[in-house]
Ligand binder design. Structure first.
Ligand SMILES: [Zn+2]
Length: 132
């Protein structure tokens, strides 16, 4: 089943991001420990992990450009898919219409992506495949 055709639920989006970020299971972003447990929080919008070593809590977005974003993970995935799919220039307005979110939210997401693109290792990875 292709990701593009199948509408994701927020839970599926979260699981997808977790697998992409931690292929062999969650790693504490504070201390790098692998042992953790999942907190059973009824009102949490996404899975909360608690590190068994440093006892700090984290979610899949902790320490990433998605941390603190008001956009749902589903919208983030659709946003990135949309940018990857389009070969021509994409305007703020195109993204606004595609995702049905405010211009402010689109600008905020673009700012976050621009920040990530300037940083290693993404910058280095992109640099290698780029034509001069
Ligand atoms: Zn830890």
């Amino acid at each position: 089943m292709g990701l593009e055709e199948q509408p994701l639920t927020e839970d599926q989006a979260e699981r997808l991001l977790a697998v992409l970020r931690w292929p062999s299971g969650p790693i504490c972003p504070f201390c790098g420990n692998k042992d953790h447990y999942v907190l059973d929080l009824k009102n949490a919008n996404r899975r909360r992990y608690k590190c068994s070593a440093c006892r700090k809590q984290f979610s899949v977005t902790k320490g990433t450009i998605l941390e603190g974003s008001k956009l749902s993970l589903v919208v983030w995935i659709r946003f990135i898919q949309f940018l990857c799919k389009r070969s021509e220039d994409v305007s703020l307005s195109d993204i606004h219409h595609e995702l049905n979110v405010s211009y402010g939210a689109v600008q905020n997401a673009l700012d976050r992506l621009a920040y990530a693109l300037k940083r290693a290792p993404l910058r280095a990875a992109l640099g290698k495949s780029r034509n001069p």
